[in-house]
Design a protein. Structure first.
Length: 474
């Protein structure tokens, strides 16, 4: 009996486990799920006959290796810094490995040994990274086949709250690893734009002026550049390209709000507070005193007033109805921005004197994570939303074209989320292909080979994960 070993049963594991259990039952396999939290595993396995729960500490070297050695395929949904433990054991036991995480330098250091042993370590096999790679490669292959030459590629993806469950001024709720939400953007971003390499630090990337339209749902989203886009230029064989950017999508109010949190040092990893007996209100009061919040707020309000005064003056000087309408809308938008800033801070609990933090000594970022897990929690009936959008410009037969390829996936509820579905299903499909002998690639790789992305994309369509494409000649 073939055995699949899965490390991690957190927020993104639900759909993966559900599909693996189905495949295991249909094929006479066994799924073993390992986590330190027994409740998480049992909640997802639901006593399924093809599943087995193991509660253990991932740092238990002997038990970890023995489980890997007894399995035919290993999948890791652990935090990225723990993947190396699993990867080294997979090498020692000569087992294939699947993950949804980025290939980092530590994983890259194992590449020679992976190749020597003829193993497959398939990484970045989730949503983003994952489905983005596969769908982009599929599009590029078609453009190349038609003789087109790509000049610009901007790939957007984001896990968001569905409009029907959007009831807070941040327009956001947590549907994946909360720590990743806090850490997002801290490494800054590197990308290519109009032939130039652009480097932005953490404080620069949350720019509220970056907007994109999602045609399928008729919504406008904000975005920020995601990590280092540059290595993917050669991976996608686009060395000639002028613009290449990978981004994360959020609603515009979130982008502005997060920029404010950064300025207020609420994502800081160095400042530490003792939180035992400290309410959320008391934390904010203490921290705001340390960062001169009143001066910061006065400066923000003054800036908004000055901007609004200028717009009001422009409105008075407007000479056409269209110009008056535009300036009126701009003024209303600026007034709303000030209102939203205050609403967002109050929503985080600056007046919440009831909820105690009680986490001992913690960094400001860790305290913020605790607060956001409370305030941005998906209610039981809440739905999340995943949006992926590729904007590609290319030239073919002396004509310029703009291609948009997008999908919008809405979750069922707080348990069966769109995030879990889009992260988990690519992994489950790849696992089935490997165990059935349909995927025979070896090496350390991401899913940019046609032998991987073509069958996976076809099967994802059966689960409703399908792109809508529009092409406009310009």
């Amino acid at each position: 009996m073939k055995q699949i070993l899965l490390f991690g049963a957190g927020k993104s594991a639900g759909s993966l486990i559900e599909q693996l259990l189905k495949d295991a039952f249909d094929n006479g396999w066994k799924l073993v799920v390992v986590d330190s939290n027994a409740t998480l595993i049992q909640d997802k396995l639901q006593n399924h006959s093809s599943g087995n729960a193991i509660v253990m500490d991932i740092l238990d070297t002997n038990q970890r290796f023995n489980l890997i050695d007894q399995s035919d395929l290993v999948i890791s949904l652990l935090p990225p810094h723990l993947h190396l433990l699993v990867a080294k054991d997979c090498l020692k036991a000569s087992k294939n490995l699947l993950t949804a995480s980025y290939i980092d330098d530590e994983m890259r250091s194992l590449e020679t040994e992976i190749n020597q042993k003829g193993l497959l370590f398939l990484c970045e096999m989730g949503l983003d990274p994952g489905i983005d790679h596969m769908s982009i490669m599929d599009i590029l292959e078609k453009i190349n086949h038609q003789g087109g030459l790509v000049s610009s590629l901007i790939s957007h993806c984001g896990g968001l709250v569905a409009p029907e469950s959007d009831d807070n001024p941040w327009h956001y709720k947590i549907s994946w690893n909360p720590k990743n939400v806090i850490q997002a953007g801290k490494a800054g971003a590197i990308y290519k734009k109009e032939g130039k390499t652009i480097v932005e630090n953490y404080e620069m990337i949350f720019n509220p002026d970056r907007l994109v339209d999602v045609t399928y749902r008729d919504i406008q989203l904000g975005y920020y550049p995601n990590r280092n886009s540059i290595p993917y230029i050669s991976i996608y064989q686009l060395d000639h390209i002028d613009t290449f950017i990978r981004t994360t999508l959020r609603f515009p109010a979130f982008i502005s709000g997060w920029k404010n949190l950064i300025e207020l040092k609420l994502t800081d990893d160095n400042m530490v507070y003792e939180t035992d007996g400290l309410s959320i209100q008391a934390f904010f009061a203490k921290h705001f005193s340390a960062v001169n919040f009143n001066e910061w707020l006065d400066a923000q309000l003054q800036l908004q007033m000055n901007t609004s005064d200028q717009t009001l003056q422009d409105l008075e000087n407007a000479t056409t109805n269209d110009e008056r309408l535009f300036k009126s809308a701009k003024l209303a938008e600026q007034m709303e921005a000030t209102n939203t800033l205050l609403k967002q801070l109050f929503f985080l609990g600056i007046e919440d004197d009831q909820k105690l933090i009680n986490l001992g000594k913690r960094t400001v970022a860790e305290i913020l994570q605790f607060i956001l897990e409370e305030k941005w929690k998906l209610a039981e009936t809440d739905k999340d939303m995943v949006v992926m959008l590729h904007e590609i410009e290319y030239k073919q037969d002396n004509k310029n074209y703009k291609l948009k390829s997008e999908f919008v996936i809405i979750g069922d509820d707080s348990r069966k989320t769109a995030m879990a579905k889009t992260v988990g299903l690519p992994l489950a499909i790849a696992a089935k292909m490997i165990l059935k002998g349909e995927l025979n690639e070896t090496g350390l790789m991401i899913p940019t080979k046609k032998s991987i992305y073509e069958p996976v994309l076809l099967e994802l369509e059966k689960y409703g994960i399908a792109f809508r494409e529009t092409i406009i000649a310009s």
